[in-house]
Write a protein that binds this ligand. Structure first.
Ligand code: SF4
Ligand code: SF4
Length: 162
């Protein structure tokens, strides 16, 4: 399935997530890099030694969740849009998720938008909490959404309608 569609199955996704205990402690990166490709800006961007690609630039990055501060610098530097930040520390029934979003128009803060899974299917509506788009992000804006926890492992994108 993955080889044909590029869409990871649930087991592959879960292997990239930290424990729910770590998610509940605060923001942390989920790095959904599944293929061996020559790429490492995530490692270069991280000042906390939390992502390691290592000497072989084709290696799949490994994340040290304990070192990760959830700063999201790696998110805006990843050319594959493979990284999101999850934070379960704010609320018992909702989580905050930061995603890279390169479509226009950008959603507005406070807007309710469609939450999409990895197949691009609408699974729930989510609230946009923040939109960051400084020049230093190099045209990869970061959108923070609030999502019902039951969709935490499924949510991957949004669709903002005008
Ligand atoms: S979110 Fe920040 S601390 Fe965590 S891996 Fe990315 S750059 Fe490193
Ligand atoms: S920058 Fe993104 S695509 Fe490149 S290795 Fe890191 S996570 Fe994978």
């Amino acid at each position: 399935m993955f080889e044909k569609t590029g869409i990871p199955n649930a087991e592959m996704v879960m292997e990239k997530f930290p424990s729910i205990e770590r998610i509940n402690q605060g923001a942390v990166a989920v790095v959904e890099c599944y293929k061996e490709i020559p790429c490492n800006p995530c490692q270069t961007a991280c000042k906390f030694d939390a992502i390691k690609v290592g000497e072989d630039i084709n290696s799949i990055p490994e994340v040290c969740f304990e070192n990760c501060t959830g700063c999201a610098v790696c998110l805006s530097k990843c050319p594959g849009l493979a990284i999101m930040i999850v934070d379960g520390s704010k609320c018992s029934d909702k989580a905050e998720v930061k995603i890279p979003y390169e479509f226009l128009p950008l959603p507005a803060e406070g807007q309710i938008v469609k939450g999409l899974n990895r197949e691009g299917r609408h699974i729930t509506d989510v609230k946009v909490l923040k939109v960051l788009n400084p020049k230093s992000f190099d045209r990869t804006p970061i959108v923070t959404i609030e999502v019902d926890r039951k969709f935490l492992y499924e949510i991957r994108n949004i669709k903002a309608e005008v």
